[in-house]
Design a protein around this ligand. Structure first.
Ligand SMILES: NC(=O)c1ccc[n+]([C@@H]2O[C@H](COP(=O)([O-])OP(=O)(O)OC[C@H]3O[C@@H](n4cnc5c(N)ncnc54)[C@H](OP(=O)(O)O)[C@@H]3O)[C@@H](O)[C@H]2O)c1
Length: 331
C-alpha cells in the first residue's frame, strides 16, 4: 500500500510502498478515505519540543512511529476474529493517533465508531482529535454548566471551531478569541461575542468568565486570571510552539502557579483518554442532529500531505486541514 513514511526526525515525509497492516484478533482494518492534519503530527515529525522526547512521547532519538496521521475516516476492509461490532463495508471513523497517512490502518474495535451518516469522509476525518479534545475540555475537565460564561482562546482553529459549537450545545454564553480574518467564522459558529486579538487583549476586557478554554496559550496564567471568576476553571489545552519546551512549558508553568490560586486549573489530554469510542459516538450523534459541524479550511490530495502539514503548522488555519484519498485509491 502507499504510505507517507517518516525516516528520521526532521527529514521530509516520503511517499512509498509498505506492507499493508494485518489486523490483530480485536482489530479492524480500515481502508482510509480521508485523514486530517493537526499540531500533533508536526510535533512528531520533528520530535519537538525536545522535552517531550525525554518524557516518552515521540521517541528519544528516532520517531516511535514511521507513519503519522492521527485521525481517519474510511471503510472497514477486514476484521479480526474477535471483532463483533463491525463488518466489511461499514463506514467508520477513529483516532488511531498514528498510521493515518496511508491507504490502510488497523484500529482496535474498542476505539472505532460508525462515521456520522450525514457527512463526507473528509468532514468525518476532521472530527476525532479536534472535536474529541473540545468535548473532553468542556464536559469532563471544564465541567461546563448551562449559563456559564465560557471564553475560548484560539476559537478559529481545529479544536476551537468545535469548542465554540459544543459550548453552545452545553448552553453556555460563549466568547471566542481569534484573529481578524476569522471573526465572521467564529460568530457564524454561534459565539455570542468575538474578540479580535489583533485589536483587543481579552485579559484587559474587565469581563469575568466561569470557564476559560486556553487553546492558543497566548497569554500567561496570571493574565488570564484577571478575567476569571474566583471559582472559575482554567482548562489548558495548547500553547505556542517551540523547539525545547513549548507548548509544554506554558502548560506546566500555568499548572504550577495554579496550586496557589482559588481557580481550578486542569490540563486536557486527549491522547491517553480512554473514552475515545464513546466520545466519537457522542460527536456522531451531535453531527447527525445538526448541532455541530466540522469546519474545513483546505483539502489536499494524499500526494500533498507535506504541503498540508506545512500549512497547518503556520498556525492560522480556519478550522481543519484535511487529506482526501478518494482520488488515490489503489484497487
Ligand atoms: N491537549 C490536547 O489533548 C490537545 C489536542 C489537540 C490539540 N492540542 C493543542 O491545541 C493547540 C491548537 O490546536 P488546533 O488543532 O486547534 O490548532 P490550529 O488549527 O492550528 O489552530 C490554532 C488557532 O490558534 C489561533 N491563534 C493563533 N494565535 C493566537 C492568539 N494570539 N490568540 C488567540 N488565538 C490565536 C489561530 O487563529 P487565527 O488564525 O484567527 O489567528 C488558529 O486558528 C495546539 O497547541 C495543539 O498542540 C492539544
Amino acid at each position: 500500500m502507499k504510505a507517507f513514511v517518516l525516516p528520521a526526525y526532521g527529514s521530509p515525509l516520503v511517499l512509498t510502498d509498505i506492507d499493508q497492516p494485518v489486523p490483530g484478533d480485536d482489530e479492524v482494518l480500515v481502508r482510509v478515505r480521508a485523514t486530517s492534519v493537526q499540531p500533533y503530527d508536526w510535533h512528531f515529525l520533528r520530535g519537538e519540543p525536545y522535552i517531550a522526547r525525554v518524557m516518552g512521547g515521540p521517541g528519544l532519538r528516532a520517531p516511535r512511529f514511521s507513519v503519522l496521521g492521527a485521525d481517519v475516516a474510511g471503510e472497514v476492509a477486514a476484521v479480526g476474529k474477535d471483532v463483533s461490532e463491525f463488518r466489511p463495508g461499514d463506514e467508520v471513523y477513529a483516532m488511531p493517533k498514528k498510521g493515518g497517512f496511508a491507504e490502510y490502518v488497523c484500529v482496535p474495535e474498542s476505539e472505532l465508531a460508525l462515521k456520522p451518516r450525514n457527512v463526507s469522509f473528509e468532514e468525518a476525518a476532521a472530527v476525532p482529535m479536534a472535536a474529541g479534545t473540545a468535548l473532553l475540555a468542556l464536559r469532563d475537565d471544564g465541567r461546563v454548566q448551562p449559563g456559564d460564561r465560557v471564553l475560548v482562546n484560539g476559537a478559529s482553529g481545529g479544536v476551537g471551531t468545535f469548542a465554540v459549537q459544543l459550548a453552545k450545545v452545553f448552553g453556555a454564553h460563549v466568547t471566542g478569541v481569534c484573529g481578524s480574518r476569522n471573526v465572521g467564522l467564529v460568530r457564524s459558529l454561534g459565539a455570542d461575542e468575538v474578540v479580535d486579538y489583533t485589536k483587543e487583549d481579552f485579559t484587559r476586557s474587565g469581563r469575568r468568565y466561569d470557564l476559560l478554554l486556553d487553546i492558543a496559550g497566548s497569554r500567561s496564567g496570571s493574565a488570564c486570571r484577571r478575567v476569571m471568576t474566583r471559582k472559575a476553571t482554567h482548562v489548558l489545552i495548547g500553547g505556542p510552539a517551540g523547539r525545547w519546551f513549548q507548548p509544554a512549558g506554558h502548560v506546566f508553568a500555568t499548572l504550577a502557579a495554579g496550586l496557589f490560586v482559588s481557580q481550578r486549573v486542569v490540563v486536557t489530554e486527549v491522547v491517553p483518554c480512554t473514552k475515545t469510542k464513546q466520545n466519537l459516538m457522542t460527536l456522531a450523534e451531535l453531527i447527525e442532529g445538526g448541532e455541530i459541524h466540522p469546519v474545513i479550511d483546505r483539502t489536499y490530495p494524499l500526494a500533498e500531505i507535506p504541503a498540508a502539514v506545512s500549512y497547518q503548522e503556520e498556525g492560522h488555519a480556519s478550522g481543519k486541514v484535511v487529506i482526501s484519498l478518494l482520488s488515490h485509491m489503489s484497487e
